[in-house]
Ligand binder design. Sequence first.
Ligand SMILES: [Zn+2]
Length: 265
Amino acid sequence: MAGRAAMTPENLKARVWLESEFRRIGLQPVEGRFVHAWARARRAGADSVRGANVLGMVRGRTNAARIIVVSAHCDHVGTRNGQIYNGADDNASGTAAVLAMAAHFASHPPAHTILFALWDAEEIGLLGARAFVDAPTVPLASIAANVNLDMVSRNDRGELYAAGATPWPAMRPLLESLVPVASVKLVLGHDSGGGQNDWTDQSDQGAFNAARIPFVYFGVEDHPDYHKPTDDPERIQPGFFYRAARTIAGFVERLDAAVEGWPPR
Ligand SMILES: [Zn+2]
């Protein structure tokens, strides 16, 4: 898909395929459709970027009115100087893990509704997630939390980071109880202090945090192929990727159980 940059034909081709996967999995459309188009300027006075998020739901068994948003961005940086930036880890990996979780929860329905979201145009300023938060297709007050995935398929030390417990302490016991049973080395951090080591605003969860919606972000440390034309599928680590996706799905199950006791926002 030539690197799936926002506003390219290949980005559209990827989106069409993702929509067909949501339909095949049996997710429910949101407001009657899976594809939610938006237009948004990167900054005041700039030309609008046109994009679209892919949204689908599994309805909650017992409390369908409260929603957990499970998300990943599906765009990447495209093609530069004739070189394709495939973005296998960033963020085909998170996108694929969201598809796998959608299939899992479609056949094992959660207590609360899960909204699965694949954001467009993350790479040029979290635009898809910001467009969703600014013009939400579900009431923002109904969203209990955002679980965002960005780069989950490789780490030479077997480490997966979970950020969010510092700004959102209700997440800490859920994550800490997962650490000893997780099949990856789950490490909490990268969620305070600002600057490069604080990942709060470095992917789509930043849009939710800015709207005071609790988040957990899952991702790995940068690697030598980060934002390089060498971020290719043969460099992902299938065993780690599988265990990371299983760990994140386990977290979503714990979150779904915990949200029951959370006060309404
Ligand atoms: Zn990314």
